[in-house]
Design a protein around this ligand. Structure first.
Ligand SMILES: C[S@@+](CC[C@H](N)C(=O)[O-])C[C@H]1O[C@@H](n2cnc3c(N)ncnc32)[C@H](O)[C@@H]1O
Length: 527
């Protein structure tokens, strides 16, 4: 990679927004492998591992993962020094020494001091936006460093979805050629111009309704983000077949999709197309059908370093190794899952029994069967495994990174005082990052980020920092100093101290039912 190329990217002066990508957690990758009958490789479930994130941006995801897995090692590579600096600052604030952000280009990977063996490689939003040479370098790196049985996550702009929309990007490039250097202004001018073309009936939009929809999506996004997407010097949507053949070339085979619903025919295509996908034995061909059935724009693939024809196992048996739990309190567990193909009801048995078994604490499948004789009498462990697979498509019931004992709701809770055990969570509650809608926290038991509503986050932090007696005053000071007050029910900030205290008390009373779950998730601990 030339210095000019690096400067080009960095000069855009657009920092990628922080984000937590649950698709790339080690737990998700292990689960996807299991759903597709790929047994765990060389590594036992609880052994520490090494995880490499290529093009890690500001490293938000790996910093969170490092807090979740303190015994494991996380390494991120990104050539943007400002991204690397931001990630290092967050890691330091979280007191984490098991995550390292390395400033460097993929092409220089041999001289970056990367770990000799890695168990996971992740690339989110990277592979379709780099040069052929950078892709080649990544493939060499993976061939050299990914352990046998190791998993790789790669997300990318895909075909056929992008086919009708790709000319829009070209239009931006061509229309702004010769304009001034202000990328954001150029994008704004092109957006306005394209909307005018469309309003006046330009045939391109008439004949490509997807492009029209995409123009609206672009217009709604942060314009700096759009500038990055449009002016990325490399931009090549890829068909799945190209990515899978590149991976095959370095000894990796397709394991499955980190979009969980796409691992099953029924939940990934509309009913008319279901028989076609379901009867296809060749998984790569099934992916081809699926992408055309859905006009796929974006793929999240998981590959495994293992021979393509290595035997697969019954996924339902592999699921027995995972503790399952609920990320939300029992009463909030949905009876209908909102899937991309439409709502999927999960009512009646065995779903009801599973919801009850998992409402508090985690259980492995054999433990569920042993604990509930009525459920075990009617359903085999394999039936229950299948039902759990379905429920996990809703993300409320999920495999957990660690087993957790149920918190005795009646005996110990509600409690008045708690602490926030993880330093990273104290930091994220005080200075939210990674989402504009929620305050993201990390759960060492669920193995992923847990969104908390901003009002609840204020209560969690204030009680932990100041104690229950002084929490309302502490919350007021905090909210006033940041202009981040509690909100009225109908909307509008509560900016008067007395009213804020009252709203705080209300907020605190309302979240009492969630405290046991947050304790199980490791967000809080009784003081
Ligand atoms: C779209 S961002 C994705 C960031 C992060 N993975 C995420 O999803 O939030 C792509 C990242 O790859 C980095 N990048 C692009 N080309 C690179 C290269 N050749 N070597 C190292 N990093 C690169 C950019 O600096 C940027 O942070």
């Amino acid at each position: 990679m030339t210095d000019a190329r690096r400067q080009e990217e960095v000069a855009l002066d657009v920092l990628y927004p922080s984000g937590f990508y649950s698709f790339q957690t080690p737990l998700t990758l292990d689960y996807v492998a299991a759903l597709n009958g790929v047994p765990r490789g060389h590594r036992s479930a609880d052994a520490p591992f090494t995880y490499l994130d290529l093009g890690c941006g500001d490293g938000f995801t790996i910093v969170c993962l490092a807090a979740i897995y303190p015994e494991s090692r996380f390494v991120g590579v990104d050539f943007n020094p400002r991204h690397v600096e931001a990630g290092r600052a967050l890691a330091a604030a979280g007191g984490l020494s098991n995550v390292e952000l390395i400033e460097g280009g993929f092409e220089e990977w041999r001289s970056l001091g990367l770990p000799r063996r890695v168990d996971y490689v992740a690339m989110h939003g990277v592979y379709a936006w780099i040069s052929e040479a950078a892709r080649r370098a990544i493939l060499d790196l993976v061939a050299d460093r990914l352990a046998e049985g190791g998993l790789l996550y790669v997300s990318y702009n895909a075909l056929p979805g992008w086919a009708a929309v790709a000319p829009l990007r070209q239009y931006f490039l061509d229309y702004t050629r010769g304009m001034g250097p202000d990328a954001v202004a150029n994008v704004a001018a092109t957006l306005a111009h394209l909307k005018e073309l469309r309003a006046k009936g330009a045939e391109y939009f008439v004949r490509n309704p997807a492009a029209s929809g995409f123009l609206d999506e672009l217009a709604a996004k942060d314009i700096r983000y759009v500038a990055h997407e449009i002016y990325s010097p490399h931009w090549s949507p890829l068909p799945f077949s190209a990515v899978s053949s590149q991976m095959r070339g370095i000894g990796l085979s397709f394991a499955g999709s980190a979009d969980l619903a796409k691992n099953f025919a029924r939940s990934s295509v509309k009913s008319e197309l279901y028989p076609l996908v379901a009867k296809e034995r060749n998984r790569e061909r099934a992916e081809l059908y699926r992408d055309y059935a859905n006009n796929t724009f974006f793929r999240r693939d998981v590959f495994v370093r293992r021979a393509e024809d290595a035997p697969r196992e019954d996924p339902r048996r592999l699921l027995a190794a995972f503790p399952f739990g609920a990320k939300v309190p029992g009463p909030e567990l949905a009876r209908v899952l909102p899937l991309p193909t439409g709502p999927m009801p999960v009512e009646g048995q065995p779903f009801e029994g599973l919801r009850q078994a998992l409402a508090r604490g985690t259980r492995r499948l054999p433990e569920i069967a042993a604990a509930d004789s009525a459920l075990a009498g009617r359903f085999s462990v394999l039936d229950l495994a299948e039902a759990l697979q379905v429920m996990s498509l809703g993300f409320q019931v999920a495999p957990f990174a660690r087993s957790v004992a149920p918190v005795a709701a009646d005996a110990e809770w509600p409690i008045a005082e708690w602490t926030i055990p993880l330093p990273l969570n104290r930091r994220l509650l005080a200075e939210p990052a990674g989402s504009d809608l929620f305050v993201l926290t990390v759960s060492p038991t669920a193995g992923t980020a847990i969104p908390v509503a901003p009002g609840d986050a204020l209560v969690l932090l204030a009680v932990a920092e100041a104690g229950a007696a002084d929490a309302a005053d502490s919350a007021w000071e905090y909210a006033a100093s940041r202009k981040a007050w509690l909100q009225r029910k109908g909307g509008g900030a509560i900016t008067e101290r007395g009213a804020h205290r009252a709203a705080f008390a209300e907020q605190k009373a309302a979240l009492a039912g969630r405290l046991p779950k947050w304790a199980e998730l490791g967000l809080i601990a009784p003081r």
